[in-house]
Design a protein around this ligand. Sequence first.
Ligand SMILES: Cc1ncc(COP(=O)(O)O)c(C=O)c1O
Length: 385
Amino acid sequence: MGIYLNNAATTWPKPAEVAEAMSKFLLRGGANLARGANSERDLNTLNFVLDCRFKLAEFFNGYEDCDPRYVTFTGNITESLNIVLRGYLKPGMKVLTSSMEHNAVMRPLRFLEQQGVELKVLECEPDGFLKPERLREALSESKYDLMVMSHASNVCGTVQDINSIAEICSEHNLNLVLDTAQTAGVLKLDAVKLNLAALCFTGHKGLMGPQGTGGIIWRPDFASQVTPIISGGTGSFSHLEYQPEDLPDKFESGTPNLPGIAGLNAALDWLNATGINKIAAREHELGEYFLSKLKNFNGLKLSGKQDMNGRLAVFSINFDGFDNGILADELSRMGFETRPGLHCSPSAHKTLNTFPGGSLRVSLGYFNEREELDKFIDALSGAVK
Ligand SMILES: Cc1ncc(COP(=O)(O)O)c(C=O)c1O
């Protein structure tokens, strides 16, 4: 196995407790959720799913004093964003987003635009930052129904001024939906303080859970205005042929990823025991170290913020005259795992002036060590020579 520097795609390694909890569920539990009776096995499943809902509500400071009903489980943040955007936006409505979005936001929005939703994309600065004034300007010209954006860029790590953006949205009664794919588990998030209509998260990145987990933290009044895009059995209200309006059932039809939720539950215990401040400080310190080494390269272009202020330890780099795909391939042969190309984010790369070639993305995680970064820097220097 190589040295893993692709944590923006998915974090690795996961805490050992995550795999242990998943294995325990599959080997010794295994009951479906609310589709049995009152056996010990049935109650165990009910308990850990509810436990995980409570922990998520508390982790993100959800609504109504962290009421677990306002937590929806999904398979990933792409599903979360689709549930929110396709379920809320109807032809004739108007939506805002930023030019730094992942296709998990852009593709549902472009689809909805074809159905008659009006979309305005706010242009970010060449370092990926969305000036809050851009939002103010747009709102002075027209009224919108919803703003959706990522908290931080998966391409270059730029973190948005979400406090100012949220304040402006609240002043204008504008529903704000946040894509926290790159920040959940790395930066503190507070759904109530930001007055988020929906906080969308994925379980397998900073939250340290398994793939196939994600969710939504809803503001109750907003959830009641969203039509479920999937309906079906919920293990509840079985006398009804219509989808229940009650949460969490309204948005959770079909058997959920129970081994995944068991793993996510254990990951949240690990996160709470480790502490988000410690995680943020560790990633920041590794980022500082890595940046200080990158500065010694001639001809290297770093996208986004040039120091660790206002960014995550997600770095997009290019060398004049080098194809980043070939470079990534060479590095992986040398035992270093990165990700080249466009990172599912063509609009972000256009903003950063790295479209269509893309960049070599090196993304650090809590478990990386300085020695691994030293080895990578040596390998990179060999590869570009
Ligand atoms: C900012 C952002 N949004 C959305 C996604 C989609 O995540 P998932 O594949 O877990 O749905 C990613 C994944 O890289 C991301 O970085």
